[in-house]
Design a protein around this ligand. Structure first.
Ligand SMILES: NC(=O)c1ccc[n+]([C@@H]2O[C@H](COP(=O)([O-])OP(=O)(O)OC[C@H]3O[C@@H](n4cnc5c(N)ncnc54)[C@H](OP(=O)(O)O)[C@@H]3O)[C@@H](O)[C@H]2O)c1
Length: 334
């Protein structure tokens, strides 16, 4: 077997939004797999905000990507060769396969996926990590109850779009915050949110008051910064603030903006809690079974923005921060 992989290598610690000069595109021969390893031809590579953190040399819940290493990423693809007894050539798998066209990795981190149940890319979004994050973040950390009002930032994204739909399926009200009228229309008309707030054009505080007349029981925060600060002023008694992410802060580590309105937690006897989806690894099956059933029943809608070509990684990744995408952002290996 002789294959060549196109790889995206991290060569600089980016400052601000990463640019193409922070990465090198390299062609590398793919080694024959050792005992326990699997060679996978990636089909779709997941572009996740968390990857911005992995580019930084700082303590986090996983070690940073080293300079000179293939950029870490989730991906889904087809097995070309296997020396792990759990996989055979032709299987479809997902896992941390990296930003590269072909990966040679240990089989123990891979999960089989079934392309007859859903398109392969769905396993990076509606049937993958973002949806599982939404599921556990809302139901476990957010302790959602029927009748709650759930306010969601980053609502037109991979995680946020699932949070709102799960909230509705569980008998709650869902109000989404997103950038621009098109995304707001999408939330209400296609995803069934009760209302949407355009943080780029609306007076967010006034719109939360108008759309959440009984105040906010669960604030599911993907954005942090000023939106978090504003949402805190509108909490209901015993509200839960789920700190899922803070994308507005990811490029500005030296001047991270904290919530000055935190005393609202005291007044509302509220709770603010962060979480990392990996903590629920043993329960992914439970979430995926439920998400799969909802999807099969037509109860979940999803959108993807697909950019072609591993070599376009940096420009595609920047769309997470500019918002020039809808739903789950993926890189298609051409
Ligand atoms: N805790 C966990 O285990 C976990 C797991 C997965 C993801 N996350 C977090 O969940 C969040 C959402 O991730 P995702 O994969 O679903 O990404 P995403 O929402 O699909 O993409 C990011 C979106 O964030 C919005 N955004 C970017 N900069 C912004 C800013 N300055 N102010 C307001 N909105 C901004 C943009 O939408 P607009 O056009 O609406 O601005 C953009 O489309 C991220 O913070 C991520 O780190 C956490």
């Amino acid at each position: 077997m002789s294959h060549t992989s196109t790889q995206v290598i991290l060569v600089n610690r980016p400052e601000g939004v990463p640019t193409p000069s922070d990465f090198e595109i390299r062609s590398q021969p793919v080694p024959d797999p050792d005992e326990g390893e699997v060679v996978v031809a990636n089909a779709y590579i997941s572009l996740d905000p968390a990857m911005r953190g992995w580019m930084r040399d700082a303590r986090s819940y996983v070690p940073p990507v080293g300079l000179g290493e293939v950029m870490r990423a989730g991906a889904v693809g087809r097995v070309l060769a296997s020396r792990d007894p759990n996989f055979v050539e032709g299987d479809h798998v997902s896992g941390l396969l990296g930003v590269q066209s072909i990966a040679c990795v240990p089989g123990k981190g891979l999960q089989k996926v079934d392309p007859t149940l859903a398109p392969l890319s769905a396993y990076l979004g509606v049937l993958g990590m973002p949806a599982v994050t939404a599921y556990f973040g809302l139901l476990e950390i957010g302790a959602l109850a029927a009748g709650d009002t759930v306010l969601i930032s980053g609502a037109a994204g991979a995680v946020g779009s699932m949070v709102g739909q799960i909230a509705k399926l569980k008998g709650a009200r869902a109000v989404g915050i997103a950038g621009g009228p098109d995304k707001c229309r999408h939330l209400v008309e296609e995803l069934g949110f009760d209302a949407a707030i355009d943080y780029k054009h609306d007076d967010v505080r006034e719109r939360i008051k108008a759309t959440c007349p009984d105040r906010v029981n669960v604030y599911f925060d993907n954005v942090g910064g000023e939106l978090l600060n504003t949402a805190l002023t509108q909490l209901a008694m015993r509200a839960r603030v789920v700190i899922c992410g803070a994308i507005s802060q990811y490029n500005y580590v030296d001047k991270v903006e904290g919530p000055s309105n935190y005393m609202a937690l005291l007044v509302s006897r509220a709770r603010m809690e962060g979480f990392v989806v990996f903590d629920y690894a043993k329960r992914y099956g439970e979430a995926l079974q439920q998400l799969g059933a909802w999807l099969a029943a037509g109860d979940l809608s999803y959108r993807e923005t697909v950019i072609e070509g591993v070599e376009n990684f940096a420009d595609a990744f920047a769309k997470l921060f500019s918002g020039e995408k809808l739903g789950k952002l993926v890189l298609k290996v051409s």
